[in-house]
Ligand binder design. Structure first.
Ligand SMILES: C[S@@+](CC[C@H](N)C(=O)[O-])C[C@H]1O[C@@H](n2cnc3c(N)ncnc32)[C@H](O)[C@@H]1O
Length: 306
């Protein structure tokens, strides 16, 4: 839908903000991840996560990768003329499907943000990460779509034409197209028995499934529902402000619903949206995304996945 250069504008992303990577590095500390070896980032894009990791990763080296040379250049440019940390940065064009080419037990940290859902064989990828990690190291993945949360958003969206019709508003053909794009994308990502090789967005995840795959390969998972990496950096504020807030950010920036359509949805689906928000008035949820932290057990540590 857009070139690499237009990525930040499309998603409303502020480039070169160190909070995301700083939060990730703080999680490494609180979860006692061994950072004596290199870190690897897969799918760096425009460097949203990369910049802060470059500033705060305490290990010796940081290998920054993406399959797109254009994205890799944009990320490299983020560091131009800015003060950076102590880790040495290296860049490589790299596809996650080629993880098996990397030496075993090479990395202390493997990080991804909003990239796992683009990788075709997720189970093989997690197995490959387990192999490439040093004992005591960890795989961290953030901003991945959680299946149940996205299905809830799409189910609410399916009701939009009915709600607008009841209010005497006709759906414009463009709105119908945008809406179908959204609900079809969610359905496509949920379905697991079709060929997804040529699709950009391929999957949505159930945390239990990721935990099971991780456990089968010696990775113990901690899932932080609704969390983003930046929640763990100053000012330590939760980014997730509830279902309605997430829903509107998603349909505006990721699905490009226009301003008039957004206002009508806000006015005529108030009951449905506030019903969901009320269910989570005392705890954060529903989990639309979250942070997956999978730590490789130390060699001398018995596995306890209870
Ligand atoms: C949604 S963007 C996220 C970019 C960045 N991590 C961020 O958080 O803004 C997805 C990134 O995954 C990369 N990507 C897509 N398929 C990939 C694959 N098979 N292996 C590695 N990276 C991939 C894309 O080039 C893109 O940079």
């Amino acid at each position: 839908m857009h070139t690499e250069e237009d990525y930040n504008t499309q998603y409303g992303v502020t480039p070169a903000d160190p909070a995301e990577g700083e939060g990730l590095c703080n999680l490494l500390k609180t979860h006692e991840v061994d950072t004596s070896g290199p870190a690897l980032e897969i799918g760096c894009g425009t460097g949203y996560l990369t910049f802060g990791v470059g500033q705060h990763y305490p290990g010796p080296d940081f290998l920054i990768t993406d399959p797109s040379p254009a994205f890799l250049c944009l990320t490299q440019n983020q560091f131009d003329g800015r003060s950076t940390g102590t880790t040495r940065r290296h860049y490589a064009v790299f596809n996650a499907d080629d993880l098996s080419l990397l030496p075993a037990e090479m990395f202390s940290v493997i990080s991804l943000r909003s990239t796992l859902h683009h990788i075709l064989h997720v189970d093989d990828f997690i197995a490959g990460c387990a192999r490439a990690l040093k004992p005591g190291g960890a795989l961290l993945m953030g901003a991945e779509p959680v299946e149940s949360g996205y299905l809830l958003m799409a189910s609410v969206a399916k009701f939009i034409p009915t709600a607008l019709r009841a209010a005497g508003v006709d759906m414009k053909p463009e709105w119908t197209r945008q809406l179908n794009d959204f609900t079809d994308t969610v359905k496509f990502s949920c379905i697991r028995d079709i060929d997804k090789r040529t699709a950009e967005d391929k999957h949505m995840f159930h945390p239990h499934d990721i935990a099971e795959v991780g456990a089968a390969h010696g990775l113990q998972m901690k899932f932080l529902p609704t969390a983003t990496f930046r929640d763990y950096a100053p000012p330590f504020a939760r980014s997730f402000k509830g279902f309605t807030d997430f829903f509107f950010i998603y349909i505006q920036y990721c699905m490009r619903f226009d301003a008039e359509f957004l206002e009508l949805i806000r006015a005529h689906l108030k009951d449905q949206l506030s019903y969901i928000d009320d269910c989570y008035r005392s705890h954060p949820g529903p989990a639309m995304t979250g942070v997956f932290l999978l730590k490789k057990t130390q060699r001398n540590q018995s596995r306890d996945f209870s």
